[in-house]
Write a protein that binds this ligand. Structure first.
Ligand code: FPP
Length: 263
C-alpha cells in the first residue's frame, strides 16, 4: 500500500539505539502482519494490578500498532483479540473484555476514519453479547467505505472451527449441485474462510515469549514467518514492530524451494 513518506518519517523519528531505520527496506514491508497479543494479564499482575488493567493497557498498544502499520504502508493488520477458548476465563474477565471491545471500537472510530482503516472481524461474532454485536455492526458500517489498510480483528475466533465451517459451506454447495467434489481445492477453501479476499499473513508476531500457535489462522499461516518477543503486549510499541519487520527482512523465505542465494 502507498505510504506517506513525511508522516512515516515523523512517526518513526528518534529511533532507539539498536534500530537503524535506514536498514528498513520499504519495498519489502510485509503486506499482512498478524499479532498474537499475549501477556496482558502477566503485565498487569507484575504491577500488582487486576488482569483487566492489562487489557486496557493492551488497547493502547493496539492503537499505536494500527497507526504504525498505516505509516509503514501495510495492507492488512490482523490481531487475535478473543479465541473460542477464551470463554473459559473467569466470567468477570470475559464481561470486561466484551465491554472493552465495544468501547474501543467506538472510541477508535475517529482514528479509523482519519487513517481510512476498514475493519473486518474474523470469527463468529453472532455469539457475542447483543450490545457488543450491535456496536460492532454500527462500527463496521461506519468504516465500510474506507479504502486504506484493513484491520482484521479475530474475536470469538478458532482456526479449526473456521476450517470446519468452510468444509460445511462447501459440502452444502456440493449437495445442492452447485459445486462438484473436484471443485474443492485450496482456493475454494481459502474463499470460504473469514479471511476471504485478504492476503495470507507474511509475518506473525507473538508477544510474551510463548512458542504456540494457539489455534490462530491455521490455514493462512502455512508460509508465514514467526517473530516471537518476550515483551508483553502492553509494552509492545512501534519500535517492537520495526524490530519484527527487520528480522522478517533478514529471513530467507524459501516456500519449500531452495534458498535464493543457492538458486
Ligand atoms: C492476551 O493476554 C490478550 C487478550 C486475551 C485480549 C487482547 C485484547 C485487546 C488488547 C483489545 C483488543 C481490542 C479490540 C477492539 C478487539 P492474556 O490475558 O492472555 O495475558 P496472559 O497470557 O499474561 O494471561
Amino acid at each position: 500500500m502507498q505510504y506517506d513518506e513525511s508522516k512515516f518519517r515523523a512517526f518513526f523519528a528518534d529511533a532507539p539505539a539498536d534500530i537503524d531505520m535506514a536498514l528498513l527496506d520499504m519495498a519489502r514491508i510485509p503486506r499482512h502482519i498478524s499479532c498474537i497479543m499475549d501477556g496482558n494479564g502477566r503485565w498487569a499482575t507484575a504491577r500488582g494490578l487486576a488482569r483487566t488493567e492489562g487489557h486496557k493497557a493492551g488497547i493502547v498498544s493496539l492503537r499505536e500498532i494500527i497507526t504504525a502499520a498505516v505509516r509503514l504502508g501495510v495492507d492488512v493488520l490482523s490481531a487475535y483479540a478473543f479465541s473460542t477458548e477464551n470463554w473459559n476465563r473467569p466470567q468477570h474477565e470475559v464481561n470486561v473484555l466484551m465491554h472493552l471491545f465495544a468501547k474501543t471500537f467506538i472510541d477508535e472510530l475517529p482514528l479509523l476514519k482519519r487513517e481510512n482503516v476498514r475493519v473486518v472481524f474474523l470469527g463468529d461474532i453472532s455469539a457475542l453479547p447483543k450490545r457488543t454485536r450491535d456496536v460492532f455492526e454500527y462500527g463496521l458500517a461506519e468504516c465500510k467505505e474506507h479504502a486504506g489498510m484493513v484491520l482484521a480483528l479475530a474475536v470469538n475466533y478458532g482456526g479449526r472451527a473456521e476450517i470446519a465451517r468452510a468444509a460445511q459451506q462447501l459440502a452444502a454447495r456440493v449437495v445442492s449441485g452447485e459445486l462438484s467434489v473436484e471443485d474443492i481445492d485450496e482456493q475454494a477453501i481459502s474463499k470460504n474462510l473469514y479471511t476471504a479476499g485478504l492476503p495470507d499473513p507474511e509475518l506473525v508476531i507473538r508477544t510474551s515469549g510463548e512458542m504456540r500457535v494457539s489455534n490462530y489462522l491455521l490455514w493462512q499461516i502455512a508460509y508465514a514467518e514467526f517473530y516471537i518477543t518476550d515483551t508483553y503486549w502492553p509494552d509492545f510499541d512501534r519500535w517492537g514492530l520495526v524490530r519484527a519487520i527487520l528480522a522478517f527482512q533478514g529471513r530467507d523465505r524459501r516456500f519449500g524451494g531452495l534458498s535464493s542465494a543457492s538458486a
